[in-house]
Structures are given as C-alpha cells and as structure tokens.
Design a protein around this ligand. Structure first.
Ligand code: ZN
Length: 199
C-alpha cells in the first residue's frame, strides 16, 4: 500500500520508498525529459510467474533513451500494474505503466503512466495495437515507443525506489495525464498482463 507523505517532501534530494500517495500540484519546474526514442523498436514479451513484461529486443538494446539532468537512461522494459501502484490524493487508477530505464552505471529512471478505462470508447493508439499483439500471443512486436507516452509530461518527479526487491533507488517521473483504455481492451490487457507486480 502506498504511504502517505506530505507535499513538502517532494524535494528531489529527499528519498521515499515507492510507491507513494502523491499530493499537491505537479512539479511544473521539474527538469525536462529529453526523449531519444527510435520510430520503430522491437519489443519481446516474456512471462515470468504469469507476469508479462515487454523487453527491448536484444538487437535494439541501447537505441531508446531519455535524458534527465544530463544523465542518459536507456529503455530496458515496460510492464503494467493493475490497479495503479501510485495514487493521487488517495485515488487509485485502473492501471499504471512503468517504463524502466537504466544508465550504463545501473541507475534507474522510471516513467509511471496512469491508464483509466471508459466504456464505449476506443483504446488510444498505439496501445490498441500493443494489446492486439499480446492478446494474440505473439512473441514480439514492433512499435513506436514515444507514442506510448503522452505528449504532455507534466507530473511529479521524486527520488524513490523500485517497488519490489531489491528496492534500488529510482528517479521517478509520474505523469499527470492518463491514457485511455476501452472496456474490452481492459479485459484483454488484464488477462495478458497479470495482476501481480513486477517491480
Ligand atoms: Zn512496475
């Protein structure tokens, strides 16, 4: 369960155990995130103990990165939690995507992206094609990773940890704007990706 921490604790030099309950306004003066993602990236799906994770394919390792505060973090994998791990003022979202990046020295930066569901709506592209791929049981697919993350990156930055062992330090960016998923796709997504956590 997320711990409650006061808004005043949202100072980049302070540390918290993730996930947390986020309070207060987004950090509008947070350092910008520079995306260096290729247009097409091959991801491979791997299930461990029923938890599906999308890994950047071996051949594409090191081709997708983000820059924060002058550090370059390479995209390693992404996965989803149902329901969200982070909460905003106590509110939990339908899902939360974690885009896990790491420097060559092993430091983590994770972008957390909320997903909310609505009935009678179409799932936002390119999530619809991603869901199609995992639902049909293919081992890999090619996608545009930048398109998975909303254009508006306003949100909360804080120094936290991985949410499972070994709880390594993580530079967290939790994006305010959530991505939409349709009711049917939500069912397929939940079935494909287990409800268990995978860091
Ligand atoms: Zn995670």
């Amino acid at each position: 369960m997320p711990r409650k921490i006061a808004a005043a604790r949202f100072v980049l030099s302070e540390h918290a155990s993730s996930p947390i309950d986020i309070k207060g306004e987004p950090h509008y003066n947070a350092p910008p995130i520079q995306f260096n993602y290729p247009t097409n990236l091959t991801v491979e799906f791997s299930a461990t103990n029923g938890v599906l994770t999308a890994f950047v394919a071996e051949a594409d390792q090191g081709t997708a990165s983000i820059g924060i505060n002058g550090k370059i973090y390479f995209l390693k994998q992404f996965h989803v939690h149902t329901p969200s791990e982070h909460t905003i003022n106590g509110e939990r979202f339908t899902m939360e995507w974690h885009f896990v990046h790491q420097t060559t020295e092993g430091e983590y930066a994770v972008i957390g992206l909320f997903m909310h569901h609505e009935s009678d709506v179409a799932t936002t592209a390119p999530y619809s094609s991603l869901i199609e791929a995992v639902d049909s049981g293919v081992a890999s697919c090619v996608l545009s990773p930048r398109a998975l993350i909303t254009k508006c990156l306003e949100g909360w930055h804080y120094q936290g940890t991985l949410t499972t062992v070994p709880f390594d330090p993580v530079y967290w960016v939790v994006v305010k704007e959530s991505v939409m998923v349709g009711e049917d796709d939500l069912r397929r997504l939940t079935k494909a990706f287990s409800q268990s956590s995978s860091n």
